[in-house]
Design a binder for this molecule. Sequence first.
Ligand code: UD1
Length: 381
Amino acid sequence: MTTRELSAGPVMCVVGARPNFMKMAPILRALAAHRPPLPALLLHTGQHYDAAMSDQLFADLRLPRPDINLEVGSASHAVQTAEVMKRFEPALDEHKPGCVLVVGDVNSTLACTLVAVKKNVPVVHVEAGLRSYDRKMPEEINRVLTDQVADRLYTTERSATDNLVREGIAESRVCFAGNVMIDSLLSNRAQARPVADTLRDGGHDPALLQQGWGVVTLHRPSNVDDAQTLGRLLGVLGEVARRLPLVFALHPRTRANIERFGLGALIDPQRMLLLPPQGYLEMLGLMAGATMVLTDSGGLQEETTALGVPCLTLRDNTERPITVEQGTNTMVGRDVQAIREAAAEILAGRGKRGRVPELWDGHAAERIAADLYQWLRAGAP
Ligand code: UD1
């Protein structure tokens, strides 16, 4: 490969919320390791700002301090998106990047994309083309709109490329590169924190998990913002917990709603162990040793597939179908009976084993860096 320097400005790498950080860490490393290196700047919008939601993950993932922090914080979708846009524009003007690289589907992803394309700065989207076909999910809107205007699109599974082509996006703009989140998982697996330490830090007795455990995360508005729905889900999780203790890492939104709706009594502290939002290495340890994971997260569906741990997804649809077709994921929706039965299957030793999908091999970010270099050198779009 040639080692000609690029004449364009740096790659401005944007992160905003927790699920962005594990995607960006391997990308930044791959841009630096490329020969010649691709200069990069890291911009944090500040959508997530708590130590547990942001700083801890930066440390775990060995992410450098952001060069720029827009400190937008929480607000309604409209205000949050607008604030990111307002504050991102001067940062673009000042740093004159050769392209803006966004990952995933959070509000920051779309906000920065909109600003960049209107200023004729090329946009690169990593994890493009995923579709739940559920427009009630804010992430779906973010994904569809980002992909329509992005200039270079990297996909994690072949079905995502097909989705993009169906939406009229030229296949020449798309590159199937694999899954950068799995790059992070594989490179950090050996450093996963022992579960006993994680539990002790959370004020729980690790002996409670001697016979195994399950892991729970819930944070989607559709699951946690309605008192009845959240109550029903906590009820069935309580049933599962009577057979298999569950470790429940609580998103701030979920914790607040359990308190607001007065649902705390549904949680038996001996069987359902509550923890604050966990660091990356703590989550990795918890998941890798779990009998099952119950979640509504997008990322956990993929991570459990890579780890070979059965996953029950408490949603009606997934934008990551390969985790169901090839991996360990089962969609159980919010139907209490379906959740109960699927959990019983796993407890009876009949959980899905699955296999690891194509190009989820720990080298996705390197492929992206190599392709991006060629693309920028050829003059981008
Ligand atoms: C966002 C993403 C979602 C992702 C999730 C992971 C969007 C549309 N959603 O949802 O795709 O799965 O991140 O967590 O971008 N809060 C804190 N501390 C923080 C951040 C948030 O306490 O550091 C609380 C605030 O009360 C806030 C609420 O969490 O209002 C929601 O935060 P927000 O960034 O709006 O969305 P998430 O639900 O975290």
